[in-house]
Design a protein around this ligand. Structure first.
Ligand SMILES: *Cc1c(COP(=O)(O)O)cnc(C)c1O
Length: 458
């Protein structure tokens, strides 16, 4: 690691203005949005840390590639470039483009999975869980014990509990498990990486039982970087070599190109299974598009072809992981409870520890996210009781860092806002639900403060 400040490894060629609002305006905007930050107009947000999904800045190389997009319906040159670039890293035989990650999930589970079956994962992401449950199967999370304790330090907190996987297979039977999934990095579990040793162990269990192993690969490049930093034997390998080795232990993957694809839209589904690929392409044609574009424009395929390669560049990954840790370490050094150690793409505030006076059924994560907006115009997202209706294990607030978008002074401002909210935390009220949809309710839910007087203080 260099000893000088780790700087943004880019300079800025095009700027996008952002806009301040007053506290009074934000109080009105929040009420109009029913205390759900998904329902806010983005123009009324100063620093948007809602998600790192599709919110990154593309490079000059990506914008140049966009102009090379071949918009032919079938057999487009852009598809070949996309497929070759993806295959060089992921190594799977079939690459099926989709409009984003959840479309890949829906097709994978729609084809492989049915009612009464069970899908193990280290931790299912919200859309992954919803797609498993939509076909009537059960989504089981098997992250290691350390993964359930936010303040505990562990280099690979995203690992799957291999013994728990073995006993699940013994209990429900191999025939009821169509596939095992590993999410790298483990998003809902705090952006925590999975070690190569764990991938190897899970792969060995799957092979022994003849169960396919799929990766939820959305943040594969960040996971590779953590393996390089933290796992013995990988310090001299490139992130690409590490990613290539990891994918060799599996049979396929789902991917959102809006994350480590460094694009604003897109995704893909990979498999080595010829028969499965045929069924997946049939379903793709029905709902996404022809298999050489899968719901994307040729220019999107070009941006992804360049983006997956850029995500593995060492200068980029060093800056990416260092800037996320910078935010986490700053607030943690003032006592703010966060998921330790800082993850790859985001810092997770532990809302139950931050707001011990608010019980989980009054949504401490949503309450904290609302207060960060009121205090400084920052948008974050709850990952907890609102998102996972049935028995969330933690209530977290995720501050996701868009790729190559904000500078260190933006992050310094975020630190100041969080510390101000931390100082006044006893005054933050819990919330109650006034409307919910039957699934993925956090996107559209309406809430109101338990104690309206406390919430509208100025
Ligand atoms: C974002 C994400 C998805 C879903 O991808 P979309 O492109 O948002 O549909 C699935 N799994 C993980 C781990 C993710 O981070």
């Amino acid at each position: 690691m260099p000893t000088k400040t780790i700087i943004e490894p880019f300079r800025i060629k095009s700027v996008e203005p952002i806009r301040w609002t007053t506290r009074r305006e934000r109080e009105q905007l929040l009420e109009a949005a029913h205390y759900n930050l998904f329902l806010l107009p983005a123009d009324d947000v100063l620093i948007d840390l809602l998600t790192d999904s599709g919110t990154g800045a593309m490079s000059t190389h990506q914008w140049a590639a966009v102009m090379e997009g071949d918009e032919s319906y079938a057999g487009s040159r852009s598809f070949d470039r996309f497929k070759n670039s993806v295959q060089e890293i992921f190594g799977y035989k079939h690459v099926i483009p989709t409009h984003q990650g959840r479309a890949a999930e829906r097709i994978l589970f729609g084809v492989t999975c049915k009612k009464g079956e069970v899908v193990p994962n280290n931790t299912h992401f919200d859309t992954t869980r919803a797609n498993v449950e939509f076909v009537g199967a059960e989504a089981v999370d098997l992250v290691i014990e350390e993964g359930h304790h936010p303040s505990l330090q562990h280099p690979f907190k995203g690992n799957m509990d291999v013994a728990a996987l073995e006993s699940l297979i013994a209990r429900v039977g191999r025939e009821r498990i169509p596939l095992v999934m590993l999410t790298v990095t483990n998003n809902s579990g705090g952006g925590q990486p999975v070690s190569m040793e764990n991938v190897r162990a899970v792969s060995a269990v799957c092979k022994r039982h003849g169960i396919p192993l799929y990766f939820d690969a959305c943040r594969f490049a960040e996971n590779a970087w953590f393996i390089k930093l933290r796992e013995k034997g990988y310090e001299n390998k490139t992130p690409k070599e590490i990613a290539q080795e990891m994918f060799r232990y599996g049979d396929g993957c789902t991917m959102s190109a809006k994350k480590d694809g460094m694009a604003n839209i897109g995704g893909f589904l990979c498999t080595n299974d010829d028969m499965l690929a045929q069924q997946e392409k049939d379903l793709l044609i029905l709902t996404e598009g022809y298999p050489t574009y899968g719901g994307l424009a040729g220019r999107d395929l070009e941006a992804i072809a360049v983006g997956v390669q850029e995500a593995l560049e060492e200068d980029y990954l060093r800056y990416r992981i260092a800037s996320t840790a910078y935010l986490g370490n700053h607030i943690a050094s003032h006592g703010v409870p966060i998921v330790q150690p800082p993850g790859g793409h985001a810092i997770y505030l532990d809302a139950r520890a931050f707001l011990p006076h608010i019980p989980p059924d009054q949504f401490p994560g949503v309450a904290l996210a609302a207060e960060l907006y009121l205090e400084g115009g920052i948008r974050s997202v709850e990952i907890g009781t609102l998102m996972f209706a049935h028995g969330a294990q933690m209530d977290l607030v995720r501050l996701a860092i868009p790729r190559r978008v904000y500078t260190q002074s933006h992050i310094d401002y975020v630190v100041e806002v969080i510390l101000e909210v931390w100082k006044n935390r006893e005054r933050i009220p819990g919330l109650r639900l006034t409307y919910e949809a039957p699934f993925l309710r956090h996107f559209t839910a309406h809430l109101e403060p338990m104690n309206v007087g406390a919430a509208t203080r100025s």
